[in-house]
Design a protein around this ligand. Structure first.
Ligand SMILES: [Zn+2]
Length: 201
C-alpha cells in the first residue's frame, strides 16, 4: 500500500546583508570578528572563507542551515524558498497585552495601521457610526474617506487582508482556533502606562 508523504519543513536562520550598516552583524553571524577583516573588506562584495567560495553582495541573504553551513542566496531565490516564521499569539496572550496597555474594556484598545500610522479603537469606529469590529483589521482612514475626511486622520484604506501583507501585521489565534490577522497594538498612552501593574484587575 502506498501512502502520501511530504517533506518536513525545516527552519534556517538568515540575515540580509544590507550594507555597511549591518556589516559587523553579518560577520558575527558567520562567526568572524569584523574588526579583524576591516582592512581588507571590500564593501562591493563580501568574500569570506566560511562561505566556501560564494561571494555575497549588498542585498544578498546569508542562510545558515542546521549543520552550520552558510549559503549565499539572491533575494529572489531566498524569497521563493523561505517565509518568515511568524509566531501566532494565543487569544489569551493578545487579550492580556490589550488589557495591559489600555485596560479591560476592549472597545478602548487602540490599534495602529501599519500602512499609515493612524491609531484607532473600536469606540472610535463606533463614534463614526460603524461597527467597532473592524478596529484590529482595517484602517479608520477608510471610514473617514466615506465621511469626507476627519481632522488628524490620514486617508488610508489598508486592511490586513491586503497584499502585500505588511510585516507588522500580527497573527492572533481566534476563538475557533483559527488564525486571525490583526494590526499591532498602538503604544499605550503615558497615563495608562503609568498605572501600577495589577490595577486593572
Ligand atoms: Zn492606514
Amino acid at each position: 500500500m502506498s501512502e502520501r508523504f511530504r517533506n518536513r519543513p525545516f527552519e534556517v536562520t538568515a540575515i540580509q546583508w544590507v550594507g555597511e550598516s549591518n556589516c559587523a552583524e553579518v560577520f558575527a553571524f558567520v562567526g568572524l570578528n569584523h574588526d579583524d577583516w576591516a582592512d581588507e573588506l571590500d564593501h562591493s562584495k563580501l568574500h569570506l572563507p566560511v562561505l566556501e567560495g560564494d561571494t555575497a553582495v549588498h542585498g544578498d541573504w546569508l542562510v545558515k542551515y542546521a549543520d552550520g553551513a552558510v549559503k549565499v542566496m539572491k533575494p529572489s531565490e531566498f524569497e521563493a524558498g523561505f517565509e518568515k516564521v511568524s509566531s501566532i499569539l494565543s487569544n489569551a496572550e493578545w487579550r492580556a497585552e490589550g488589557t495591559r496597555r489600555f485596560g479591560k474594556d476592549a472597545a478602548q484598545w487602540k490599534f495602529r495601521c501599519p500602512a499609515c500610522g493612524n491609531v484607532a479603537s473600536a469606540s472610535d469606529f463606533i463614534a463614526l457610526g460603524v461597527s467597532g469590529h473592524s478596529a484590529p483589521h482595517g484602517c479608520i482612514g477608510g471610514v473617514q474617506v466615506e465621511l469626507g475626511g476627519l481632522p488628524g486622520v490620514k486617508h488610508c484604506k489598508y486592511h490586513v487582508s491586503d497584499l502585500p501583507r505588511l510585516p507588522e501585521v500580527i497573527k492572533v489565534e481566534g476563538a475557533a482556533g483559527d488564525a486571525l490577522l490583526a494590526f499591532p497594538f498602538a503604544e499605550a498612552a503615558p497615563a495608562s502606562a503609568a498605572l501600577p501593574l495589577g490595577e486593572a484587575s
